[in-house]
Design a binder for this molecule. Sequence first.
Ligand code: CA
Length: 222
Amino acid sequence: VIQTILIIEDERRIADWIRIYLERAGFTAVNAYDGKDGLGLARSLNPDLIILDLMLPGLNGMDLCRIFRQESDVPIIMLTSKGRKEDRINGLDEGADDYITKPFDADELVGRVKAVLRRYRGHVQKTLSCGILYLNESTQEVSLDGQAIKLSRAQFDILSVFMRNPNIVLTRNQLIEQAFNNNFEAFDRAIDTHIRRLRKLIHKNEFKPIQTIYGSGYKLVC
Ligand code: CA
């Protein structure tokens, strides 16, 4: 699959130079030379990543970043000017995934693009399933038989551990360690309470995947 990168940068010389390097690295790259054009192309092209210059005529990079974040999860690398530390802090606050300071080396930019895409792929592919039950670790959405269900934070974390380790007996300790990183102040029993509530939410008719293994712990049967 060839990935598409949208470059929103008004300095044509820099923009075209980035495009050529990305194309050489095997990407499809598209230029937008102002913010408005960039917004339109982002919506119509649905790119895999956006390289976004901060200083743009019309809609600036920070405004665009805010809009992109409301509309999608597309990874964003911001181009900022040297010495303007507050720009990159604001950019990361607005949801940029990384930033690179001008002037920069083209190979470094290509490296950053690949790294962000790699990170992002790992992130979005975390939809786990068990029969009619689906859990998305990045959006934290859970659905049962096509219906969205609401879980508490603890219930979600416990269910994630089960779904990452299907068909294996998990002890109470393992569940606590993996779900709460050992930051769990309560005792063993609390996990039983969470699981009892979790079962009420995700068990439906014949679908009863969380089994108690007496003397050992629990198992998610998929
Ligand atoms: Ca600029």
